[in-house]
Design a protein around this ligand. Structure first.
Ligand code: HEC
Length: 136
């Protein structure tokens, strides 16, 4: 009688062990890194469509392709220098200060200096000798 009870207990335990559900394992997925989405490009000018880009489109692609702008990089000061050069030499019109600030802000934010775009000047001691130098 005792033996029968023991067998019954074992049977119950065995059934319980087999039917124990394994908890579903969560698939291990790395959370995607948070990256600011790059603004879409205007199909006509190639300008990044963000912020004050329409002011830039209205003022900067009348004489040349937008590519001349988007392939260029510069700090706010460098962009200002390019604009002043165009105003002096290329008949670029003068902007009211508010508009100019927005144009420079847009350019410096979306086309900032980048080490991949421009190499630094070669130090003079690495330059080849200048055959036209007056210092001989
Ligand atoms: C009135 C005409 C005119 C307008 C408007 C104009 N540009 Fe230019 N820009 C020129 C000319 C001309 C050149 C020289 C083109 C060349 O070298 O073939 C030039 C050259 C450039 C270059 C190349 C400079 C370099 O060092 O190679 C950049 C960048 C540029 N412009 C940006 C702009 C931006 C930004 C605006 C708006 C603020 C603008 N341009 C508006 C006439 C203009």
């Amino acid at each position: 009688m005792q033996r029968a009870a023991a067998i019954a207990t074992l049977a119950v335990l065995a059934v319980a062990a087999c039917s124990r559900e394994t908890p579903p394992t969560e698939p291990e997925v790395e959370p995607a890194p948070v990256v600011a989405a790059e603004p879409a490009l205007d199909p006509v000018t190639g300008l990044k469509m963000a912020g004050d880009w329409e002011i830039v489109r209205a003022n900067c692609v009348a004489c040349h392709s937008g590519k001349l702008i988007t392939q260029q990089r510069g700090s706010a000061q460098q962009w200002l220098t390019m604009i002043r050069w165009m105003q002096k030499k290329q008949n670029l019109w003068t902007f009211d200060p508010e508009t100019e600030k927005k144009i420079i802000g847009y350019l410096a934010e979306h086309y900032p200096p980048s080490d991949a775009q421009r190499r630094a000047a070669i130090p003079p001691d690495l330059m080849p000798p200048n055959p036209y130098s007056s210092e001989t």
